[in-house]
Design a protein around this ligand. Structure first.
Ligand code: ATP
Ligand code: MG
Length: 333
């Protein structure tokens, strides 16, 4: 018997998913689908907030993201996978919420602030981008989501969602919406190959779940290690060394990782040998995902039918909530 909690998450189809998504939320979703009712959204509308001139990119990546979901084990028989733009109630409820949030509050949202900088919007921040936390509150609440498995970068957005929920319930004297809780995994912000920001589709610093062996090898060989580690015999730094960050995140043989760290710090362990070991670890993890992904990609028609069926199911829930919302807003003519 599934419990009352409802799990809601999603990803923007701005590119295929990477190993940051894998530890950041995909693994959680695979286990949560056996315990709770779960919705997973492909956020095409949100992808357009910073890709408005590039609809083809968003459209193509809807399928890529769906392939990644099924390849890692998100099961459409257990999880409702749907396309955001096909749920008009999300856009509708966003309009109502916009009256409950100030522009200053949005400008102060730390996630929004960081992303405005990263994306180089300068003074020209699209209004649609600025208000994306409001549309995220809409995504969560229209399904009455209570458990939100996300990476750490999304915490301020969940906080803002709860402010909107409290404001809505208070203003309209209702208890339509339960509060939402973020579920943050152990590895809550995986760094990118460059060792700088978090791994991200749009920062060109990712290892994708569907990368073939050669691409995986090239990406690993290009990785940032310790710039002071010039000769094999030199002692090397483990802190901030991306190879070790990834080994900590993905290698289940912790004794081996501890041994490698000690060897690297002492000197005598070269970057190439170390990177070859990381390749073995990641390739073993990604091979079954890659194979499953290739099999699924053979029948894109079937994948699209699965998405449309999920979307239809999601709409039953969203139109039910919308009726309650309209009643609270006295718009139930
Ligand atoms: P974009 O570059 O398009 O913003 P992204 O890689 O940041 O893409 P999103 O689709 O914005 O991915 O994020 C989807 C979910 O994956 C969010 O819950 C986010 O916290 C999580 N996530 C993304 N990147 C990482 C990462 N490097 N480590 C942990 N979690 C991550
Ligand atoms: Mg992002």
């Amino acid at each position: 018997m599934k419990k009352q909690e409802i799990v809601l998450t999603g990803d923007r189809p701005t590119g295929p998913l990477h190993i940051g998504h894998y530890v950041g939320s995909l693994l959680n979703r695979v286990s949560l689908q056996d315990i709770y009712k779960q919705y997973v959204m492909i956020a095409d509308v949100q992808a357009l907030t910073d890709n408005s001139a590039n609809p083809a990119k968003v459209r193509e990546n809807v399928m890529e993201v769906a392939l990644d979901y099924l390849a890692v084990g998100i099961d459409p028989a257990k999880t409702t996978i749907f396309i955001q733009s096909m749920i008009p109630e999300i856009a509708e409820i966003t309009m109502f919420y916009l009256n409950l949030v100030t522009v200053n509050r949005l400008l102060r949202n730390p996630t929004v602030k960081t992303e405005i900088q990263q994306k180089g919007f300068g003074e020209s921040v699209p209004a649609g981008f600025l208000m994306y936390p409001v549309s995220q509150a809409a995504d969560i609440t229209i399904f009455k989501g209570t458990i939100i498995p996300v990476g750490e970068d999304q915490l301020p957005v969940i906080e803002q969602t709860n402010e909107i929920i409290r404001s809505f319930n208070r203003t309209y004297q209702t208890d339509v919406f339960p509060e939402a809780k973020a579920l943050i995994p152990k590895v809550s912000r995986l760094v990118g190959l460059d060792g700088q920001a978090k791994m991200s589709k749009s920062l060109n610093n990712a290892i994708f779940l569907g990368d073939d062996e050669d691409t995986l090898k090239k990406r690993i060989m290009s990785m940032y290690t310790d710039p002071g580690h010039l000769h094999v015999s030199d002692p090397g730094k483990v802190e901030g060394n991306v190879v070790f960050v990834y080994l900590d995140a993905f290698d289940t043989d912790t004794a081996k990782v501890a041994e490698l760290k000690a060897h690297y710090q002492k000197g005598g362990l070269g970057d190439v040998v170390l990177k070859k070991y990381l390749f073995e670890v990641l390739n073993a993890m990604l091979t079954p995902i890659r194979i499953r992904r290739m099999q699924l990609a053979q029948d894109r028609g079937e994948m699209m039918r699965m998405l449309l069926a999920g979307t239809e199911k999601a709409r039953e829930a969203s139109s039910q909530t919308m009726q309650e919302v309209k009643k609270a807003l006295m718009l139930n003519y």
